[in-house]
Design a protein around this ligand. Sequence first.
Ligand code: ZN
Length: 246
Amino acid sequence: MRYAVVSDIHGNTDALKAVIADAADHGARDLLCLGDTVGYGAEPVACLETIGERAVAVVAGNHDHAAAGLLDLRWFNPAARRAAVWTRGQLDANHRRYVEGLPLLTTVDEASLVHASPDRPEDWEYLLSEEDGLAAFASFTSRLCFVGHSHLPAVWSLGSSGPDHIGRFAAWPHRVRLQKGRRYLVNVGSVGQPRDHDARASYAVWDLEARLVTIRRVPYDNGAAAEKILAAGLPTVLAERLAGGR
Ligand code: ZN
């Protein structure tokens, strides 16, 4: 069994389609979604519907909650707030009900899925440093925990041979062999708005039998996604950042 683990699609269907095609090429047809399916991008409804059809497990992100009216928009910067208000206007009552019904944390096989942090998921804390990630192990008991939220792919692990953290990968794809006696926290990066100065979409293939997580990058037409953002009248910065992956 292989799952494609996706996060932070942010209304970007061009990136989502490229990731789904790449995942199928690598034997992963079922998706696990870590939230922020909407917000920033111009096609929130198409992304929600694709995830609704294709994902076998989905958790909510802060931008999903914002779009459904479950989050105070004062927490957002001005561009994010404008995009959240616009996204709210795109969703109908069924979409809102769907988002309201999503859990903040769920488990699939031996993995926990959560958008931000397994420690108080509703606080939307960012796991950025080595210390942030290692501290989060106290808040889940599964062997694996997949997160998104920062849009920065990273891996932390903990076991008898000590802690480990990789915040920048030397090469792509980045393979994580799941060793016996170790636990792992994996940030799969962002499908629709990468921020590690690599414009390609980021996601992971989790192979249960091979005990392997592979974080992959997929080129997509970010110019087309940027044009849709401008055509929708969303903030220019949200279009411009896609080409630089920032
Ligand atoms: Zn996000």
